[in-house]
Design a protein around this ligand. Structure first.
Ligand code: MOS
Length: 763
């Protein structure tokens, strides 16, 4: 599993000085802090004197205007300190423009700035009291009268005919791409699939609700706030409050999951800052779980029409992927759903297009594998439908249409192991035992079926800087504003630094999650390990170069006169050939204050010379109860080609977590909109069904050995998101194989198969 990728020759300490740490399944360095409760999350900082509590009052209509607001009863309630509304909230910057794709997370996000209500649950007041209970009680005493907008729109299908063309889609991708003549080729194709899939709104729902503590010290603001990217949260709050960035600090060392929803600055963060300013005390605001459905991210509902044209022997000649997804009048987010089909399969004639459908709902936003996850559902289910139409094995169909280069850009792939993933997965999963005809395999009361689907996620990089200090006592500290959202950043950065510096991991401390530290990628887009890891590697190389200079120029050192470029750091020693001196001896003599190195990685090379993505194959086995239609996942296996793996243990956890989350997209998760007011009605975890480990008794994820020479100095591709991609399709395809029923409206709940199950009598 451990992959040794060639490193850029300019920076080779890791390869030269293998302590063997990179690639080892090291336990999480922050594990003990977490299991003993000493890891502090945003809401848990204590000892801030006189902390007060804010509770958000959300709008009770979907769209309209506040016609009257009476806070007098709330203000008179015991222990209440203040009630903020649009009438008295401190001044903020105007809201960001509707379209601002590239700066999506670095922009003003005001709240309580207008009597207009844009979506159900939008904050209309913040009640601040001395206790949480008093604030929450008084929130119920705020009286708001509204004028509703009778024209409000909440239903995607009903508004599909009013869809518009956005200028671009998320992640800077093109709205539409095309090549050849799709219409002509599709019309001429002997075998055609033309199907539409309907995917619901989904909510990210991390375990840790969104929470912020705000503290003003004079004109200096500190926000303790779970944020995936400290730097954008930092500039976003500064812009919102119209204060210089140097007067703001964002602290976010531990984050209980995010899946994209802790990238933007959300209401509780802004309101905590405003509230703390008004009451001149630290203020904590946490969103309740139901509030998170209105005031954090959700993946937009979408309709996807997928057309495939093929020859009789299964060669794709035409692919069209048309997507309509929800966005809003005040913020444009268009999920890049057709991006998946742009890179998966060869076909000379193709079209991949997006439309936005404006609804009066909370803004849609990024959720794990934005674009790739929903896009994989349509492409990969349609491939299964095509395999059925051709009477072909679905794996062989995919392998037959493997592209020679990136089908959209025609750049060579930096590495692509999809075929190997399918071959290895098929062998391990026992694909040959799959029932060739649907509804033919029974296990007691269960109809059993197998399904596969491809996974893909682009390799992104973001500029990142790191500072590394090596002390004379042989310890080292890595500092950057990188975050660890549960993924293992602390651990993999410890591995990179310890190996690069030739130190034991216990000697290395990693400090993250503070905007005063060097600016990094943060966590998102599966770019964290590659970006922050590369910056750390470069900072360690800077340390090594300085120590090499010191040692080779010092007559007292056994290394005197050696070529500085050949000096390595290994096992706590400074080494050249067969000569060495303990690192602590070199430093105490020549740099008693230690040596500090800085590293900066500029992110992805532009223009790109290679197309770089993680590819994978998802395998699923499901059972469908012959009488009740209950669907249970019996087994899942994911096989991925993700370049070099820094830590197989945290990598596997990430992948398995993504795959389990994919069960939600396939079978359980759906945020249901009330057609009267646009609220998400199933707004708690009792009714919004997030899958858990128990929803899949057998699961495994493996990474193939893969050389990734181009993506970054570490040769890694990132795998925070790819695990979720393709799972929903693999499950849908398995349900078809089990039952012969093709469900195209997700999630696949038992009611959608119940009517079509074979009447074979109860067991
Ligand atoms: Mo990911 S949706 O960019 O956290």
């Amino acid at each position: 599993m451990v992959n040794r990728s060639p490193l850029s020759p300019a920076i080779n300490p890791v390869e030269e000085n293998r302590g063997g740490l990179i690639g080892k399944p090291m336990n999480r360095v922050d594990g003990p802090l977490k299991v003993t409760g000493r890891a502090k999350y945003s809401y848990e900082y204590r000892g801030l004197k006189d902390t007060a509590y804010g509770f958000i009052v959300g709008a009770g209509i979907g769209k309209g205007r506040i016609s009257g607001i009476d806070t007098s009863r709330a203000e008179a309630a015991p222990r209440v300190l203040a009630v903020l509304t649009y009438q008295n909230a401190p001044k903020q910057a105007p809201p960001h423009p509707r379209e601002n794709g590239a700066n999506r997370f670095d922009r003003s996000e005001p709240f309580l700035f207008s009597p207009d209500v844009r979506y159900y649950g939008e904050p209309v007041a913040l009640v601040i009291a001395e206790t949480y209970e008093a604030a929450r009680h008084a929130a119920g005493l705020v009286e708001v009268r509204y004028v509703k907008d009778a024209q409000a729109k909440f239903d995607l299908a009903a508004s599909q005919s009013q869809a518009y063309k956005p200028k671009g889609v998320n992640a800077g991708m093109k709205t539409d791409t095309a090549e050849g003549d799709f219409d002509g080729a599709f019309a001429a194709a002997p075998v055609k699939i033309d199907v539409t899939y309907h995917l619901p709104h989904e909510h990210n729902m991390p375990m840790e609700p969104h929470a912020t503590q705000a503290v003003w010290d004079g004109d200096q603001l500190t926000l303790y706030s779970g944020q995936q990217i400290a730097a954008t949260a930092h500039s976003s709050i500064a812009k919102t409050l119209q204060i210089p960035p140097e007067r703001v600090r964002v602290v976010t060392p531990f984050i209980g999951g995010g899946f994209g929803s802790k990238v933007p600055l959300h209401a509780q963060a802004v309101l905590a800052a405003l509230g703390a300013k008004v009451v001149r005390r630290p203020v904590k605001v946490a969103q309740t779980r139901p509030q998170m459905f209105a005031n954090t991210n959700h993946r937009p509902e979408c309709l996807q029409r997928m057309r495939l044209g093929a020859t009789k022997d299964g060669v794709l000649t035409a692919i069209a992927h048309d997507v309509w997804s929800q966005t809003t009048p005040f913020d444009e987010f268009i999920e890049q759903t057709a991006a998946f089909s742009r890179v998966m399969y060869a076909a000379p004639n193709r079209a991949h297009r997006h439309w936005g459908v404006i609804l009066d709902l909370p803004s849609s936003d990024i959720m794990r594998a934005p674009g790739e996850e929903p896009g994989s559902v349509a492409q990969e289910c349609a491939m299964d439908e095509l395999a059925v139409a051709l009477d072909m094995d679905p794996i062989e169909l995919r392998i037959k249409n493997e592209p020679k280069d990136d089908p959209e850009t025609h750049l060579p792939f930096s590495s692509r192991s999809l075929v190997e993933c399918y071959r290895e997965g098929a062998r391990r999963f026992g694909w040959s035992t799959r029932p060739k005809r649907p509804a033919t395999l029974r296990d007691g009361r269960w109809l059993v079926g197998y399904g596969v689907a491809s996974a893909m996620f682009p390799t992104y990089m973001r500029p990142s800087a790191a500072a590394v200090r090596v002390n004379a006592d042989g310890t080292a500290v890595v500092k950057m504003d990188m975050t660890d959202i549960g993924t293992g950043s602390y651990t993999v950065l410890t591995q990179v630094a310890a190996e690069s510096l030739g130190l034991a991991p216990e000697k290395v401390t990693v400090e993250l999650g503070d905007s005063k530290l060097p600016k990094s990628s943060g966590s998102g887009g599966s770019f964290g390990a590659a970006s922050a890891g590369s910056a750390t590697l470069l900072a360690c190389e800077h340390v090594r170069a300085q120590i090499a200079q010191l040692a080779t120029k010092d007559r007292r050192s056994p290394l005197a006169g050696a070529d500085a470029a050949t000096i390595a750091l290994r096992d706590g020693h400074v080494v050249a050939g067969d000569k060495s001196e303990p690192l602590s001896a070199v430093l105490s003599r020549l740099a008693p204050a230690g040596v500090e190195g800085k590293g900066e990685h500029q992110g992805a090379q532009q223009p790109a010379k290679y197309s770089s993505h993680v590819f994978g194959a998802q395998f699923a086995e499901v059972g469908v109860d012959i009488d009740s239609g209950e669907i249970r996942v019996r087994r899942m296996l994911g096989v991925f080609g993700s370049g070099r793996i820094l830590n197989p243990k945290t990598a596997r956890s990430q992948l398995i977590g993504g795959m389990i989350m994919g069960i939600g997209a396939g079978l359980t998760e759906e945020s249901i909109v009330d057609p009267r007011d646009g609220s998400f009605v199933n707004h708690d975890l009792a009714e919004y069904h997030v899958p858990v480990n128990a929803d899949v008794p057998q699961i495994d994820a493996i990474c193939l050995e893969e050389q990734e020479p181009y993506a970054n100095p570490l040769g890694i591709k990132g795998l925070g998101e790819v695990g979720i991609v393709g799972v929903a399709a693999a499950l849908a395809n398995a349900v078809y194989n089990a039952t012969g029923i093709r469900v195209r409206k997700f999630p696949i709940t038992l009611d959608k198969v119940l009517g079509g199950l074979p009447d074979t009598g109860s067991t």
